[in-house]
Ligand binder design. Structure first.
Ligand code: HEM
Ligand SMILES: *[C@@H]1O[C@H](CO)[C@@H](O)[C@H](O)[C@H]1NC(C)=O
Ligand SMILES: *[C@@H]1O[C@H](CO)[C@@H](O)[C@H](O)[C@H]1NC(C)=O
Length: 491
């Protein structure tokens, strides 16, 4: 279940990058075989770099030639990898990971240049295996006219004015899950993935038929298993199985698309409805495979991310009892009003949850599950007095910005009250910034609020075991997916 859409370079799990001997590096990498490689590479690598006179590269260490700093990246906590270099070299520094020269960006202003003001000079970049698996026509991979056309359609499907109509459907999903957790020990991450997946499915397909959805869900699970594995397309490998599932998804979606194209009334709405409707806007109709790649891509981007954040919300509320009680009071107040007025939870209710909203914001900051994103310089770029050569990777470090004490004093502390006052611009970017920023941010927050409303007013959860560690899957989540025992709240 490891979604690396935004994490094309591997976390401590097996590295998927092709083309280089570093493929064989795993966390147990100190084999003599490996050292042999290292020696050979050091002896033979030519360490030249094209560098025009008078232009300087950002400071930093490129590590060992070719192998670069990969070893250090894998064997240290990523936080200390970045923090050490930032201390030594400043906010912008170069390094070398998995055969790619990289520039790391850790000031809010510089990240804004890469993602917003000079976004056209920095294109998104993903390993080819990920593109193949998600679908090469999905919007993440594109830049320019095709991207902006699709982005408009995707954004339109997730506008507040649209998703406010899904509150009761989302609530139904919550009310389906909660009783199944009662008096049992659940794996929080797994359950949140199931929840976020169901929400993603209704926003992708609109009103749906359960039979079709079951099939799609199974294929997805298969796809995800292979997503983070080595991209070896040989019979029996997880990658091979995932590609097979991807082909079947192709077929299933094509049937669905054809059916809806043939019958405007076939039902629908959702993202799929928006993408199908594109022809009405005097632009060329999108092809079946363009639509399929984007639907599959959005569902991918939607559920692991949201599930990981929700898992952290439960962890932080569990560890901060006073906050949990304060959030419960806020939600109890809303529940009383709903009962008095004899109605169901609405979008407007979710706009009156200031403390719960700040808990979600602080979780997005503190957990920063997307530590960074990737771009690639499309030409030689002058950048803050430095020079970034064409083809170099550029990584805005979201997590490092979110954990900088200048913007968030005592950054390790979980303190939602930070969000009571306006923040410095561009210092809080959990959903990215600029043309590629997240179109699902409002949906993600909405589904978290709806779940927390029912969970805090009716249940308590106790973490099972006392390990406090983090696992990367590939997003950082509490160890073992946070097993908790859920009990009904006695009132
Ligand atoms: C809390 C959960 C989520 C977080 C933290 C998150 C974060 C992000 C970030 C940081 C980006 C920008 C990546 C970059 O600039 O390279 C992004 C892009 C994206 N997200 Fe989310 N996301 C979340 C949930 C969702 C949901 C629910 C959806 C479903 C609509 C979604 C769909 C997308 C898509 C389609 C993109 C690509 C946009 C583009 O390339 O133009 N995300 N997300
Ligand atoms: C869970 O346990 C509580 C208290 O022991 C009990 O009142 C409740 O009925 C149980 N719920 C289920 C679904 O078994
Ligand atoms: C899905 O179908 C399209 C044609 O519509 C094809 O180009 C693409 O390669 C297919 N993808 C997979 C993974 O089979």
């Amino acid at each position: 279940m490891q979604l690396q859409l935004f994490f094309p370079f591997p976390s401590p799990s097996p590295p998927p990058l092709p083309q280089t001997p570093t493929l064989i590096i795993t966390s147990t990498l100190f084999s003599s075989f490996f050292f042999f490689f290292l020696v050979v590479l050091v002896l033979f690598s030519s360490h030249q770099r094209r560098q025009p006179k008078g232009k300087i590269l950002p400071p930093g260490s490129m590590g060992w030639p070719y192998i670069g700093e990969t070893l250090k990246f894998y064997t240290q906590n990523p936080d200390s990898f970045f923090a050490n270099r930032r201390r030594r070299y400043g906010d912008t520094f170069k390094t070398h990971i998995l055969g790619c020269p990289c520039v790391m960006i850790s000031s809010p202003e510089a990240a804004r240049i890469v993602l917003v003001t000079k976004a056209h000079l920095f294109k998104p970049t993903y390993p080819p295996s990920k593109e193949k698996m998600i679908g090469p026509q999905a919007l993440f991979f594109h830049q320019g006219a095709y991207h902006s056309r699709l982005k408009k359609l995707v954004l339109a499907a997730f506008l507040p004015s649209v998703i406010r109509g899904s509150v009761s459907e989302i609530e139904q999903i919550v009310l389906k899950f909660l009783p199944t957790w009662e008096n049992t020990t659940i794996n929080t991450l797994q359950e949140m993935k199931r929840y976020a997946f169901d929400v993603a499915m209704i926003s992708a397909f609109g009103h749906k038929r359960d039979s079709e959805m079951k099939g799609i869900k199974q294929l997805y699970q298969c796809l995800e298993k292979g997503y983070n594995s080595m991209p070896l397309d040989l019979p029996g490998t997880p990658f091979h199985k995932a590609m097979k599932a991807r082909k079947q998804l192709n077929e299933t979606l094509r049937r669905l698309i054809q059916e809806r194209r043939g019958n405007e009334k076939a039902g629908g709405g959702g993202l799929l409805g928006n993408l199908l409707g594109a022809k009405n806007h005097k632009v060329d109709q999108l092809s079946d495979s363009q639509i399929a790649d984007n639907v599959i891509g959005v569902i991918f981007a939607a559920h692991d991310t949201t599930a990981s954040v929700l898992t952290w919300v439960l962890k932080y509320l569990h560890d901060n009892r006073d906050l949990l009680e304060a959030v419960t009071r806020e939600q109890d107040g809303i529940q009383r009003k709903i009962i008095e007025e004899n109605r169901r939870l609405t979008w407007d209710d979710t706009r009156h949850m200031p403390l719960t909203t700040r808990v979600i914001q602080e979780t997005l900051r503190r957990a920063s599950i997307l530590s960074f994103t990737f771009r690639e310089a499309v030409e030689d770029v002058e950048f803050e007095g430095y020079y970034i050569p064409k083809g170099w990777k550029v990584l805005p470090l979201f997590r490092t910005i979110h954990h900088c004490a200048d913007f968030f004093p005592q950054p390790e502390k979980f303190d939602p009250s930070r969000f009571e006052v306006p923040l410095r611009p561009n210092t809080f970017i959990p959903f990215g910034n600029g043309v590629h920023s997240c179109p699902g941010s409002e949906l993600a927050k909405l589904e978290m609020l709806v779940l927390l409303h029912h969970l805090t007013t009716s249940y308590r959860w106790q973490v099972v075991g006392d390990e406090d560690g983090i696992q990367y899957g590939p997003f950082p989540v509490p160890k073992r997916g946070l097993p908790v025992k859920v009990t009904p709240l006695q009132k």
